[in-house]
Design a protein around this ligand. Structure first.
Ligand code: BMA
Length: 340
């Protein structure tokens, strides 16, 4: 029996059972009324996608990638009772520096939201003289204090682990270039204080399988399970009409997450619905967060669709872990500790 270890009970997790007629190989199924956030969802915001959620108070909170009507992305706050219907604050999240002075990023995209101990951390792609990782913390979703940018440019897709490992914060990231990076491997770094990051280790390179043969990047915060850290990530392939982003799955060693124990050779979810195949950037499924309920093993996956919408999909921990293990293919650079 595979168990979800961290996180409290979440009986109000959004959920739909797998449709009887579902013919996908992988045990992930979409919410029937996807997308859950459509175009022009708030004044001045043309599209919301690639967004992250967390349980908060008696409902849910989200940090949303909102593409403004001038084309510049920023992060907005969303609140929801059921994790499906969202109230979006039309103002950008008001970041300040540690002295409380306004300190807004020039742009901000692909936010992640991870609670570690009593604090919620936001990570996003920020302008730091080039695309780099921005970070901030909050405890009340009213005051958002920016932290030092953890790495120099260029880097994206930062995802924090939801607890310290060996007494250290651990952060996944994906070194990149200044454009639509045509390469990319996932690394993990550690910090005692969320300021100084080091002991960088390689986690996984782009895969041998064609669906992830261009680049890979962290997606949702890893979920602690009895089999290791369950990680939903994105893998990218190249076609004559551009990149295709699919959702992949891997399981990392619980104490040494630079070691990949299992890595699914097939994608778990790939663009095939209209809202995934058609939009501002077609053929994108980009996972940024999950919710999970340890009591039932239910997992809800939030993903950006076609750089236009937010989609929701479901799986169950036992089903997905067994599927990843049954279809696993790891190479040496996956399983080694990741330092050369
Ligand atoms: C990546 C990021 C994502 C986006 C994806 C597809 O480089 O910019 O925000 O979803 O491209 O356009």
């Amino acid at each position: 029996m595979v168990k979800i270890i961290t996180g409290g009970s979440l009986p109000n997790i959004p959920w739909q059972d797998r449709p009887a007629a579902d013919r996908h190989d992988a045990p992930i199924w979409r919410y029937m009324d996807n997308p859950i956030i459509s175009r022009n969802p708030a004044p001045g915001v043309a599209r919301v996608f690639n967004s992250a959620v967390a349980p908060y108070e008696d409902g849910f909170i989200a940090v949303l990638r909102g593409e403004q009507t001038d084309g510049v992305p920023h992060i907005y706050l969303g609140k929801s009772k059921d994790g499906i219907h969202w109230d979006i604050d039309p103002d950008k999240i008001p970041f300040t520096d540690e002295q409380g002075k306004p300190f807004m990023p020039g742009y901000a995209y692909d936010p992640r939201l991870v609670k570690v101990e009593d604090t919620y951390y936001l990570m996003w792609c920020t302008d730091f003289y080039g695309a780099a990782i921005g970070m901030a913390k909050t405890i009340d979703f009213k005051h958002f204090t920016r932290l030092e940018n953890p790495f120099i440019p260029f880097n994206r897709n930062a995802v924090l682990f939801p607890r310290k490992i060996g007494g250290m914060y651990k952060l996944l990231s994906r070194p990149s270039d200044s454009g639509h990076t045509p390469f990319g491997d996932v690394f993990v770094s550690e910090s005692p204080d969320m300021i100084y990051w080091g002991r960088h280790r390689h986690v996984m390179s782009k895969g041998d399988a064609w669906w992830e043969s261009v680049k890979v990047g962290g997606g949702a915060a890893p979920i602690e399970t009895s089999e290791g850290w369950l990680m939903f990530y994105h893998g990218v392939s190249s076609t004559c009409n551009g990149f295709v982003y699919s959702i992949g799955g891997a399981i990392l060693d619980i104490d040494e997450p630079s070691k990949v124990k299992y890595r699914c050779r097939s994608f778990l979810l790939t663009p095939e619905e209209n809202y995934e195949e058609r939009g501002f950037v077609p053929n994108v499924c980009f996972p940024c967060a999950t919710l999970q309920d340890p009591d039932t093993g239910r997992i809800a996956i939030y993903y950006g669709a076609a750089d236009t919408y937010v989609g929701l999909a479901f799986t169950q921990v036992e089903l997905i872990v067994n599927y990843i293990k049954a279809h696993s293919q790891v190479c040496q650079s996956d399983t080694e500790i990741g330092i050369r």
